[in-house]
Ligand binder design. Structure first.
Ligand SMILES: [Fe+2]
Ligand SMILES: [Fe+2]
Length: 187
């Protein structure tokens, strides 16, 4: 009897595309939150996911794309430029009152930037990686790509002093730094 087929959908790229879907949903959930508390929680969840997602791309997927796809440097440099713009928009958004009209306007602008970026990744980078990289390697990379998300807590823990509980709490830039630690120094 043959071994069960390896689920070819569970590779690093598919995982990241799944995160793109969840990021889109979270933008809707932040915008549509019933009250300020709900909006705070959803906004935290969105920042957390963006931090672990963009970090996994920057640490693992973009370096691979540079090497493996035609014009890899140009493709990746363009993606990094989009990511850096979105990070700046997100950092600015963190200082705006979530209950204000300004928050909604800036959130909509960030959403547009993030959606466009994700679409470019999927069409110009991910699809080409799939064509160039061995499926087995992409499946192996999934566990590394998943690591930061698996370890990052899903809500902030104010006052809890455990290092793990505080991972990803705080402003977005600090979330990115900690996500990077999780990926590069797994414990
Ligand atoms: Fe990205
Ligand atoms: Fe992405």
């Amino acid at each position: 009897m043959s071994a069960p087929a390896i689920n070819s959908t569970t590779d690093a790229v598919t995982y990241l595309v799944g995160q793109h879907r969840r990021i889109r949903e979270l933008f809707d959930e932040v915008a549509g939150a019933a009250d300020t508390g709900e909006r705070e929680r959803k906004f935290f969840e969105l920042r957390r996911l963006l931090a672990v997602h963009e970090t996994a791309e920057e640490e693992i997927i973009h370096p691979l794309a540079r090497r493996a796809i035609d014009n890899g440097d140009a493709v990746v440099d363009a993606r990094l430029e989009e990511e850096n713009k979105a990070k700046k928009q997100l950092t600015d958004l963190e200082s705006v009152d979530v209950g204000s009209a300004e928050f909604e306007t800036r959130l909509a602008a960030l959403r547009e930037a993030v959606f466009t970026h994700a679409e470019h990744e999927e069409t110009e980078e991910f699809n080409r990686l799939r064509a160039e990289i061995d499926g087995e390697e992409l499946r192996r990379l999934r566990s590394t790509v998943e690591l930061a998300e698996a370890m990052a807590p899903t809500r902030p823990h104010p006052g809890v002093e455990s290092a793990k509980a505080n991972v990803l709490a705080g402003p977005f830039a600090a979330m990115m730094d900690r996500a990077k630690d999780l990926i590069s120094k797994p414990r």
